[in-house]
Design a protein around this ligand. Structure first.
Ligand code: FMN
Length: 327
């Protein structure tokens, strides 16, 4: 079922209750930072980049949705085709390239959504993360300004932020995972945050391809600047050990790999960070979660929340319910 079908279905009360009868998940109240969530299962960034489907996603049972990656200016992203299925590997390869409506339109959309919801007295309102990035045309030395612009514009309308420096599809972006570049971006956001009446948690999303030394740098920086948490991990550029024939993979071309092939890498990073810090850094785990067992693996490795993306494509709209039923 495509998102626009779901959108039609959930437009009225009857449709909404029909959808909910298939997807309603048991409540698994979860606290994370200053947030209370209906359950720890979220939708990863890049699915609802423009905050268009929040009501529909809420009806599917998600405890939280991370919108974005949003950039200051709208951008089209890479040429199509840019998303490929690798069913033999339960994986996807994508090179979307931060296609999005730009922060201003997305902020207005969120504002409208919040206004409509105001006074609705729900016990567990859908938690919204704002995943922010830089425009392709912005040189890395000015990237901190792009993050600041998105942060400031979205601040009133999201519950937490994720600084994305780990997408493989914006040339040079992952170089911002270098400690000094990161410190500059994150300290500036912390400063803006401290000037607000209500500070919002700031997390950093990291790649699964970081070396041990790079992960150590992220850990020490996170502790140094009192970062609120990490999202581990984004897609990988490693294509070893796939079942899909090499010729098919090569024909696809560049992009980030998600799903089963990233599962173990991402769990290993969650586990490593948890062990090195005695659990001092809150973690949202992302990478290869399809089932409740996969979710448990991440939680046992030290994550507090989990996000799905590729699993949503392969398992379908009842995935949240199935995971929550067995947590
Ligand atoms: C088509 C597609 C687009 C994505 N776009 C973004 C994005 O804009 N920002 C981001 O931080 N992550 C993005 N991701 C990464 C996912 O949020 C997630 O971290 C990654 O796919 C690993 O989780 P999974 O194995 O459950 O898919 C994207 C993933 C896919 C498949």
């Amino acid at each position: 079922m495509a998102m626009h079908h779901l959108q039609l279905l959930t437009k009225n009360k009857l449709g909404k209750s029909i959808v909910r009868s298939f997807t309603d998940a048991p409540v698994k109240e979860t606290r994370f930072l200053n947030l209370t969530l209906k359950n720890p299962v979220g939708l990863g960034a890049g699915f609802d980049k423009n905050a268009l489907f929040l009501n529909e996603l809420e009806a599917l049972g998600f405890g939280f949705v991370e919108i974005g990656t949003v950039t200051p200016l709208p951008q089209e992203g890479n040429e199509q085709p840019r998303l490929f299925r690798l069913p033999a590997d339960k994986a996807l390869i994508n090179r979307m390239g931060f296609n999005n409506d730009g922060v201003d339109i997305v902020a207005r959309r969120l504002e409208e959504w919040r206004t409509k919801k105001a006074g609705s007295q729900e016990k567990y309102p859908l938690i919204i993360g704002g995943n922010i990035g830089k425009n392709k045309i912005t040189p890395n030395e000015n990237a901190w300004q792009d993050y600041a612009a998105c942060f400031t514009r979205l601040h009133p309308f999201v519950d937490y932020f994720v600084v994305n420096v780990s997408s493989p599809n914006t040339p040079g972006l992952r170089a911002l995972q270098d400690k000094d570049a990161l410190r500059k971006i994150l300290l500036n956001l912390a400063m803006i945050n401290n000037g607000k009446a209500f500070a919002k948690p700031i997390l950093l999303k990291i790649a699964p391809d970081l070396t041990r030394e790079q992960v150590d740098d992220v850990i020490s920086l996170a502790l140094e600047i009192q970062l609120d948490g990490l999202v581990a991990t984004n897609t990988t550029i490693d294509r070893s050990n796939l079942s899909t024939p090499l010729s098919e993979i090569e024909a696809i071309g560049a992009g980030g790999l998600s799903g089963r092939p990233v599962q173990q890498k991402s769990t290993a990073i969650v586990k490593y960070i948890t062990e090195q810090t005695d659990g001092a850094i809150p973690i949202i785990a992302s990478g290869g979660i399809f089932t409740a067992a996969d979710a448990k693996e991440k939680l046992e490795a030290g994550a507090s929340l989990i996000q799905i993306w590729t699993g949503f494509i392969y398992e379908g709209p009842t995935i949240v319910k199935h995971i929550c039923n067995h947590l």
